[in-house]
Design a binder for this molecule. Structure first.
Ligand SMILES: [Zn+2]
Length: 328
């Protein structure tokens, strides 16, 4: 009986691999080094396939019992075709058709999505999303990523660029350049880099004393320094934390009007700042958001951490194969 799901969360340094059952309960988890020597992707994908063969053997499980393989990758993905349009961290400069390459080795369905969408799906199924049909996940790390699940399905849009929450323009003064080539994106004011942007911008303008003055002057201040000092009552850092929270709340309010999520899940390194950031986001979100669109919506911290990606890769098979009754 087919009852297994294979999952791969492909990262620039390691690939996290997993075997799940058809209820998304995890049977095995391990990781392998990412081989970035081959720009066509074939070598890495074949290595991943071989790792699954070996692990299934070790566990006395059979490849013919596999329902499908889900893959999360750090790059823009065309969900329909399974093509990733370049992945800098994997040394894949051009298009790599992940589904086509892996189909040479296996004959079950293969679904591919970008890592932020996979993480959102993981949190929906096994984490803070409690399997609700409408869930939004925002990853606040070095950059800002996100995934929107609406009516149980990920929002991809016509060319896969849907739910690129990090590139929502929230800073209308457009003070900081974004990696995408535009200005004022959420990522420029609400990522770890964005926090530092705001510190550098406001520090010369404000006369408030700050405990992190030396770090600012020496140009080595981090987002964590700012949140840590905020917790101790540093007024300048509290001001910055509120600014950051307001931008995130604004993005959440627009998303709420559009897709009315039950849960807005905040993950990534910055969510570790804890209540000082999240409580400020909640307060401003309640102020800003159209009342019917915020009723019953909860803003919560992610639960799965680094395991969200692999749970979500498996979730692709649960959502798009098992729940759609496409098991062959
Ligand atoms: Zn941008």
């Amino acid at each position: 009986m087919k009852n297994l799901i294979l999952a791969a969360d492909v990262g620039g340094t390691t690939c996290k691999l997993g075997i799940f059952d058809n209820h998304l309960d995890r049977l095995a988890k391990w990781s392998i080094q990412t081989d970035v020597s081959d720009p066509t992707g074939v070598v890495l994908l074949k290595t991943i396939y071989s790792a699954f063969v070996q692990k299934l053997n070790e566990l006395n499980l059979k490849m013919e019992d596999v329902i499908g393989l889900g893959v999360g990758v750090p790059g823009p993905v065309d969900f329909e075709t399974g093509i990733v349009h370049g992945a800098v961290n994997l040394n894949w400069p051009g298009d790599v058709n992940i589904r086509e390459i892996l189909s040479q080795f296996v004959n079950f369905p293969i679904y591919v999505d970008n890592d932020a969408n996979a993480a959102a799906l993981g949190e929906k199924h096994k984490g803070a999303g409690h399997n609700a049909d409408d869930v939004v996940a925002i990853t606040l790390g070095t950059g800002v990523g996100g995934g929107i699940i609406s009516n149980g399905k990920l929002v991809h849009g016509h060319n896969g660029s849907g739910a690129e929450i990090g590139h929502f323009r929230v800073d209308f003064d457009q003070r900081f350049a974004c990696n995408c080539g535009k200005y004022g994106c959420l990522e420029t004011v609400a990522s770890a880099t964005g926090v530092v942007n705001l510190v550098k911008f406001y520090h010369p303008k404000l006369t408030i004393k700050s405990s992190i003055l030396e770090l600012i002057k020496e140009d080595r201040v981090t987002a964590k320094d700012v949140f840590d000092a905020s917790k101790k009552g540093d007024l300048f850092c509290l001001f910055i934390t509120e600014r950051v929270a307001n931008y995130i709340a604004y993005a959440c309010s627009i998303i709420s009007v559009m897709s009315n999520p039950k849960y807005i899940i905040l993950g990534g390194g910055m969510s570790e700042a804890g209540d000082i950031l999240i409580e400020n986001i909640k307060t401003e979100y309640r102020n800003l958001t159209f009342t019917p669109a915020q009723n019953g919506t909860e803003i919560v911290k992610a639960q799965l951490g680094n395991d969200a990606g692999i749970a979500g890769a498996a979730g692709l098979i649960k959502t798009y194969v098992i729940d759609e009754e496409r098991v062959e």
